[in-house]
Design a binder for this molecule. Sequence first.
Ligand code: SF4
Length: 197
Amino acid sequence: MIQEQCATTDKSCQGECKVTAESESPVNPSASDNIFSKIDEARHIWEEHGEQLLSDPGIKSALNDLSHAIEDNWALMRRLKVVDLCGRCATEIEGGGCCGAGIEEWYDSFVLLMNLMMGKEIPQKRLDKTGCLFLGPTGCLLKARFHFCINYLCHRIKDNLTQSELRELAAGNGREIYCGWVLENAIREKLETLQPG
Ligand code: SF4
């Protein structure tokens, strides 16, 4: 069943993204589990195979690329004042902020595992019942994020940026998503050799 209502709290978007939990994760192997079992699964893989994953040269290089892509993308968002805009929207506008409760359910164990590999803890306690599980007092607590969180641009951002800035942002987002995809494939391949059958 398609979920009718978007989980974001950005009501001003008028559902422009048209994204639903199910449509965004059709190939997620653990899509039917709730987020806490996916967090457990990521932790389990990390505890069992973390060292072997981190010592694989292909994974090491893909992890490094993703880490740089994420840092470059945040630097770009700061330069384009997107970070300021999102901060003002979340704190000053009634119903503002788009990190709503339920979005965490779109995450799979691989993205969570990537966070553990980059030294990030996975939050397990929601700060605000209307907010995403991974939302901290000043923004997202994850480093590696699901592609919807990377890509989503509300109309306020679109209205405040030039076409050329939007293209720059799209390129940065695309690079971050691509690096995440490369890393996920490398992890999957390695896990197949560590967990045969
Ligand atoms: S994962 Fe992070 S960016 Fe995505 S909705 Fe949750 S807090 Fe926001």
